[in-house]
Design a protein around this ligand. Structure first.
Ligand SMILES: CC(C)(COP(=O)(O)OP(=O)(O)OC[C@H]1O[C@@H](n2cnc3c(N)ncnc32)[C@H](O)[C@@H]1OP(=O)(O)O)[C@@H](O)C(=O)NCCC(=O)NCCS
Length: 200
């Protein structure tokens, strides 16, 4: 990366339900470069989106955070918490195509891992990535994620696509974190990146 996202940097996270962006979320998720990398490629309808938002209210297992830089929404982080199976399944996407490839993916991956292991220190982070999504595979390996298994991801229409499950433990993250923090310090200033509060 030879160009940082932009100046100044002051990244914070809010629960999407506590913001004015609940409707905008559907447009962000429906962008081609986002949906084509998700298991479900379908365009999300208004009705589906309403049900999704309803399902998020008072939900202790599923959360959606919006990352704001100086109040401007820049990325989405989704979290599914599997309390009984002791793992957390995050997702994420940058919401403005112009900001791809400028290090925000590393910021989001860092923030969500810190959140996950604060929430569930004994658990694992697990993520399923489509095999064609080379960018995210590289990114998650950089964070320390390890290949677990190959699967066929099935979309809402029953269409299958090759994918792989990757995981990371807190122990491995604690070893890897320093390198990532050095990079964040260099590119953004670590103090300019807030934590995702576990209580929101
Ligand atoms: C995946 C995604 C979040 C990465 O965010 P990003 O801000 O573009 O990535 P970054 O600039 O932070 O790059 C981080 C790392 O990702 C990998 N990467 C990024 N762009 C890449 C590219 N064009 N080709 C290969 N690897 C790439 C590299 O390992 C890079 O590290 P480096 O800078 O040391 O080379 C972003 O591309 C995105 O939102 N994609 C659409 C949705 C998506 O795929 N979400 C994940 C679904 S599981």
């Amino acid at each position: 990366m030879n160009q940082t996202y932009k100046e100044p940097v002051a990244i914070e996270f809010k629960n999407i339900l506590d913001t004015e962006y609940t409707e905008e979320l559907r447009n962000w998720r429906n962008q081609d470069f986002v949906r084509n990398n998700m298991t479900n490629h379908n365009l999300i309808s208004e009705e589906e989106h309403r049900h999704y938002l309803d399902s998020l209210r008072n939900n202790k297992e599923q959360k959606v955070f919006v990352a704001l830089n100086c109040q401007e929404p820049v990325a989405i982080i989704t979290i599914k918490i599997h309390w009984d199976e002791h793992y957390v399944e995050p997702g994420m996407y940058i919401i403005n195509k112009d900001y791809l490839g400028r290090g925000l993916g590393i910021v989001m991956s860092y923030a969500r891992l810190e959140y996950i292991f604060e929430l569930m220190p004994e658990g694992k982070m697990k993520t399923t990535i489509l095999d064609k999504n080379e960018k995210n595979i590289n990114l998650q390996k950089k964070m320390g994620c390890v290949f677990e298994k190959s699967i066929m991801a099935v979309d809402a229409n029953g269409k299958e696509e090759p994918a792989s499950v990757y995981f990371l433990t807190k122990e491995a993250w604690d070893k890897n974190k320093e390198e990532i923090e050095k990079r964040l310090e260099r590119d953004f200033g670590l103090k300019n990146i807030a934590r995702i509060p576990v209580e929101i």
